[in-house]
Design a protein. Structure first.
Length: 211
């Protein structure tokens, strides 16, 4: 049994609305671990993720901190670096498609706009993380990864970006002040910029894949 913390608490990004990400690496069912609290994997599945070069494996490799080990060994550290991440073009396209679905929903008022803005934040963060891991030499798993891609950073002000982040926290944790109509209008006005930025990342990822 191996227990790890990862995510914002390990990056030093803790704020009042943060949660604690915990990983339990175990073999077989163990009632002590609630899947609402822990990400639960077998040792074998973690090894497979390492061999696949899965982004979650890289996330853990870069950030995870050991809390408890029944055998006094750091299992993740013993696996070494994960294999190279090869599916970044596919994954960047996937998150661009997720953005487009939410954008279409906002335009057609299909569902709640705060939920759609939350989905857009997820797509922005994840496409930036996949791009940084697959294309650059500096993988970034931070909550604001899209703002830290140097020349490829998202062309939004921090205040505009924060509106999307607030929507995500409201939808996933039920924490924070509700978005005002003005907040929503500001966020919606940035969608074409976000779309152009995502398209640029996808095209750069495709070029990088061919090199």
């Amino acid at each position: 049994m191996h227990i790890y913390a990862f995510g914002s608490i390990c990056r030093g990004e803790i704020s009042q609305g943060s949660d604690t990400d915990l990983l339990a690496v175990i073999n077989g069912y163990d009632a002590r671990f609630d899947p609402e609290i822990f990400s639960i994997y077998s040792h074998g599945r973690i090894r497979e993720l390492w061999q696949e070069g899965n982004p979650f494996a890289w996330h853990l490799s870069v950030e995870a901190k050991l809390i408890f080990a029944a055998d006094q060994q750091d299992y993740l550290k013993g696996l070494g670096d994960p294999a190279p991440y090869k599916n970044y073009v596919h994954d960047c396209n996937k998150f661009y498609s997720l953005f487009n679905e939410a954008y279409l929903s906002i335009v057609n008022n299909i569902s709640g706009r705060v939920f759609d803005l939350s989905t857009i934040f997820l797509s922005m963060r994840n496409i930036a993380t996949c791009f940084s891991l697959g294309v650059t030499a500096q993988p970034n798993f931070a909550r604001n990864s899209a703002l830290h891609l140097e020349g490829d950073s998202i062309p939004l002000t921090k205040s505009s970006y924060h509106i999307f982040e607030r929507a995500r926290i409201l939808c996933t944790r039920g924490y924070g002040d509700n978005l005002t109509q003005q907040d929503i209008e500001i966020a919606v006005s940035q969608l074409d910029k976000i779309s152009g930025w995502m398209n640029k990342l996808v095209e750069k990822a495709k070029i990088h894949e061919r090199i």
